[in-house]
Write a protein that binds this ligand. Structure first.
Ligand code: COA
Length: 376
């Protein structure tokens, strides 16, 4: 009988740019203030890309860390999903630029689902693994949102930041990993969070740039209503689908958009506020990187341990949403932060094996062939 396949998270990593933009910095740029931003959103600062950071370089830095924790190299990857709406180029997509930089030899694609990106990526990776198509998939959430922001528009520029976080999903027979998921889209509300110009329908021209319509535009209250309703409703559905109750969830990892949306979600779920992880005070909304970044930090802070059940939920442009229940397996969570973890040892062993094989193939074999040719 064929064994049941599950998609387990075995590696995680993050990259956050060095530059910090505080609420006080923003108050010098637009008519806003720290008190308003903290009260209405919970955000105190965000990280912004520096000159050395590109969408690809940030994704690759996070991915290398995740692969080290998983104890794999790029050669082990069967597929790469890069969830982002801020790729380096319009074409090629971020899948290809990240695949090339990692030196992987597998299919790779960019997934554009706004802030729901990583939730969509996790669901798709899990399905590809459970179906038997692939065994090891890298799912990255990465954004340079700052590139698409109008820093004269106080209704948007205070909310977002830049970051990358990566996760490795691998097949396991242990009943764990992604236990359930839900993906949704309400395209009728697309214009409440969009970039109207710059696509093929409404290309950029000088007057578009002069009017600043190539930036993100948002109806904050419409998105707020949508999000407050969606967070609890979709969490309840995925938890029930996994055969669990909200009390069975060890930690909720919601999209880090606004503390008030998260607190409303906790109230509607009748769960204590501190079961809903928050790091938005440090990073703001990092779009597709938000949920995986929160998960990576929750693991690194010891808020998650092996066997824990996590419920994640994201929402964003589309308007779209995604939720999932994920059980962490008997991995190496407690050991994984150490450079001398089992994962790192496995990684070093693999790298050594690959180097030996490369040397044999590229140096020893040609020399041996030349000598054997001469002897004849
Ligand atoms: N600083 C100071 N004042 C501001 C401000 C800012 N950055 N932005 C708006 N204001 C003012 C408004 O002009 C308004 O003033 P008025 O009462 O004199 O007209 C007042 O603050 C209230 O504005 P409002 O838009 O009603 O605030 P809000 O409580 O709805 O908060 C958001 C605005 C954007 C923080 C909130 O709607 C939100 O978080 N929405 C969801 C957005 C989101 O998560 N998007 C990403 C999804 S992936």
């Amino acid at each position: 009988m064929q064994q049941q396949r599950y998609a387990q998270i075995t590696g995680w990593g993050k990259y956050v740019p060095d530059k910090i933009l505080t609420n006080h910095d923003l108050a010098n740029m637009v008519e806003t203030n720290d008190e308003w931003i903290v009260q209405r959103t919970g955000i105190r600062q965000r990280h912004i890309r520096t000159e050395k950071d590109t969408n690809t370089s940030m994704a690759v830095a996070a991915s290398k860390e995740a692969m080290t924790v998983a104890g794999i190299t790029a050669n082990d990857l069967d597929f790469i999903l890069v969830c982002t709406s801020s790729s380096d180029y319009l074409l090629p997509g971020a899948g290809s630029t990240v695949q090339a930089e990692l030196g992987a030899a597998c299919g790779a694609v960019q997934l554009v689902a706004g802030c729901s990106g990583w939730a969509y990526g996790a669901a798709m990776a899990s399905s590809l693994i459970q179906s038997g198509t692939y065994s090891t998939i890298l799912v990255v959430g990465v954004e340079i949102v700052s590139h698409g922001l109008d820093y004269t528009d106080r209704s948007t520029c205070i909310l977002f930041g830049d970051a990358a976080a990566a996760t490795v999903f691998q097949v396991t027979e242990e009943p764990s990993g992604v236990l359930s998921f839900e993906l949704g889209s309400d395209g009728d509300k697309a214009k409440s969070l969009w970039v109207p110009y710059g696509g093929s329908s409404q290309p950029i021209n000088q007057s578009v740039v002069d009017e600043g319509r190539h930036f993100i535009e948002m109806d904050g209250q419409e998105v707020f209503k949508f999000a407050s309703k969606t967070v609890a409703a979709s969490l309840k559905r995925v938890i029930a689908q996994a055969g669990l109750l909200p009390d069975d969830i060890d930690l909720f990892i919601p999209h880090q958009a606004n503390a008030r949306i998260i607190e409303a979600g906790a109230r509607l779920m009748r769960q204590p506020k501190d079961k809903f992880y928050m790091n938005l005070d440090k990073y703001g909304n990092t779009s597709a990187a938000s949920v995986p970044l929160a998960m990576v930090e929750a693991i690194q802070e010891g808020r998650l341990k092996q066997g824990d059940k996590v419920a994640i939920v994201a929402f964003g442009a589309g308007l779209s949403w995604g939720a999932a229940v994920i059980q962490l397996g008997a991995g190496e969570i407690s050991k994984a932060h150490s450079l001398f973890s089992l994962g790192h040892a496995k990684y070093l062993a693999k790298r050594t094996r690959e180097t030996v094989l490369d040397t044999a193939q590229n140096i020893i074999l040609p020399i041996a062939m030349r000598f054997s040719g001469k002897r004849k």
